[in-house]
Design a protein around this ligand. Structure first.
Ligand code: PAF
Length: 284
């Protein structure tokens, strides 16, 4: 496994893979890797000959109030995990070379990127779309893997690739969960025992919500009931519980399910003196 840090070293390596006719599968990450990321890497191996993983804590997707410096940086351990998974190449770009002082270009996706997360983190998807565009241009993968855990992000990347004619196949990886159904996330590491026990109730409540809708309950009633259950369980606030169409993420018409849908949730889980924001989603 190689680790490259400059664009030049990356391109040389990519050209050498291409020269051998290898198909490149790319897994972009912000590091602090956990089992969830490793499931993306394992899936990546099924789609090509060379797996390239980037580790880059992208400043443009952090809002001014969000602490970029506090984001965990665990490159050594990340590299160890990726090596054990048989990854071919890790790309760790330097922030200065990603965004030089003259950087002035924005990448803005509408439609799927509106509402949900954007109502609470208004510039998040602008930052994601920008960095992913740049990483795609540098790595030039045939295929890229994104987790369904960040469902709106996955939908946004699919839109970006389609709209800008990028010749890259986007694969969504199913959500990896712990034995209690909690979606794996780097934020889970922050939980104390009580926080973790509460966080594990989120998927139980949301699966009940999905089941209610499948059984013919009105979408508004089912989502309102889920919000009430989350608050009763101990969640301190809820950013959203919404049901959307699975691809375009448009709001469902009519109030009752008449085909596949996705229920998406973001809620704040108290943990000691602070709280952890959890996001999750379920196919209905
Ligand atoms: O999902 C993430 O880890 C990040 O948003 C991504 C896609 C690596 C872009 O920085």
């Amino acid at each position: 496994m190689k680790i490259v840090r400059t664009e030049r070293d990356l391109r040389n390596q990519i050209w050498s893979y291409r020269g051998s006719g290898d198909r490149i599968v790319f897994v972009p990450t912000m590091g602090a890797l956990h089992e969830g990321h490793l499931t993306l890497v394992r899936l990546a191996k099924q789609y090509g000959d060379r797996v390239v993983v980037s580790i880059f804590v992208n400043p443009t997707q952090f809002a001014p109030g969000e602490d970029l410096d506090a984001y965990p940086r665990t490159e050594k351990e990340d590299a160890r995990l990726l090596k054990a998974e048989g990854v071919d190449l890790i790309y760790v770009p330097d922030p200065q070379t990603m965004y030089d002082v003259h950087h002035a270009t924005e990448v803005k996706v509408g439609g799927v990127a509106k509402g949900l997360e954007t109502d609470h983190r208004p510039t998040f998807f602008d930052g994601v779309a920008l960095v992913v565009t740049k990483l795609f241009n540098r790595v030039q993968p045939d295929t890229a893997i994104f987790g369904e855990k960040d469902y709106q992000q996955l939908a946004t990347i699919r839109r970006l690739v389609e709209d800008l004619d990028m010749p890259i196949k986007i694969i969504g990886a199913p959500i990896a969960r712990d034995e209690h159904g909690l979606a794996l996330s780097s934020r889970n590491a922050y939980f104390d025992a009580d926080g973790l026990a509460l966080a594990r109730k989120l998927n139980v409540i949301m699966m009940k919500c999905a089941e209610d809708m499948r059984d013919g309950r009105h979408v508004d009633e089912a989502t309102d009931a889920a919000k009430r259950s989350l608050l009763v369980a101990g969640f301190s606030s809820i950013d959203y519980v919404e049901v959307r169409s699975p691809n375009s993420l448009t709001v469902l018409e009519g109030g009752y399910l008449n085909g596949p849908a996705r229920v998406l949730v973001a809620a704040h889980c108290p943990n000691g003196e602070s709280s952890v924001r959890l996001i999750d989603n379920f196919a209905v």
